[in-house]
Design a protein around this ligand. Sequence first.
Ligand code: HEM
Length: 439
Amino acid sequence: MAATAVIPTVSLWHSVVYNVMHVLPAYSRGLFTPNKFWTGLWDRLQPDPAAVKFVSRLRKKYHSDYLYIHVLTKKSLLVLDPDGIRHVLDHSPDIYADAKLKRKGMSHFQPDAVTISRGEAWRDRRRFNESVLDSGQALHRHADQFLDIINGETRHVLQSKQLKWSDWADLFDQITLQVIFGKGIRDNTSLQALRQLMRQSNRGFGLDKSSQFDAFYDNIQRRRESAPDTSLAGLCKHAPVTEVTKPDNQIPHWMFAMADTLAINTARALALITSHSEAEQAVREEMAATRLNTAAAVRSLTYLRGCVQEAMRLWPTTPTLVRETLQDDRLGGAPVAKGTQVLILNSFNHRDREQLDFADRFEPQRWQQGDSINYRFNHLSNGAQVCAGKELALFMATAVLAKLLATHRFALQRPMLDRRKPLPYLYNHFKLSFSIRPI
Ligand code: HEM
């Protein structure tokens, strides 16, 4: 079905339905940081099953894996074909660059961040990010120090009989501050300020410079300058920096990706493990066979790491990757004009029941073969702009879960997951609650 000489445009009615089912829920749930009220509301209404079926229907009706559809007033290209997705991501950001809405929204809290950069500036900032984050390395050079921070903070959670989202969020705030700015840093003013800026960005319009902006960046600069070498901020002085790099503007991405995105994904992985007894059994067997006292030992827990990847596949925290073509190109054999907005729908591709028999099941063992690159699954993206913190994020999530599960049992109290039914399309992390007891 993939190749087509002319890409069909869906009818106006189908565009309207798509906007109601996909665009409106995604916008109200929060483009840059999740909104508690709207996440709760859409979770109760559960529009996504219908939205996933709707995209399947469009694919069948128009006999194409490439569809032009209107997102509000902007004509956009939906790419459902894994080969097309590969082409887009392998040529990002050189041909497929950041889209206008993302650039506008993110510039409010992280102007000049790598993810909204193009051309030479992107290459420069990507080099800097990769150098600090040790991208592509199985273990970050300071992974043992990070493990020490994670174990120390996670221990506190285990003193309680219950674990709620607010406790979990605090845990990840404390881990994030120390991994980024150094052991013992606990003042979370900078994280609170960043979240405030991100909430403003969710609007997507009327984004004048915030009164908190300068104080936020002064704080980051001060913390970076005094950060020890064993922290990410401390590594900035050893990374390649030019006049275009802007190190302080790269740090907010690490902050929200760790304190918020990673926190959500790790919590969901715990919910999945504890509601699938055979998976929990496999996790416990894998852990029992390993002495978990080093970062390398945590890195060897490939099944547990697969649980984290699978949580991300099932509920991708980036539901859509959005790009804009910088030049004319071809996709699926058809011409695509410069200036086209291109959409990769993770929320659909990851749950495409017609192509994946395991779409709505928890199957962590699938990720054990070295996380083989598959352009259908882009919760951490793929290609040139693949998540620069991929290895670090997976390591940190695995380390937190290993520490929790090594000595305690968790029972999921809510939101409940029924393993006999297809897993829901949304999972409201704000409502999470577990009971805890020692083994
Ligand atoms: C579970 C946690 C995480 C998830 C699900 C995630 C996901 C993603 C995704 C989907 C992208 C591509 C976005 C796009 O192209 O539109 C991305 C990019 C990026 N991520 Fe992550 N990320 C996570 C954690 C982290 C962490 C902890 C860091 C840093 C400490 C990080 C650093 C980055 C950077 C710098 C980019 C931009 C890369 C570029 O544009 O060249 N991420 N991430």
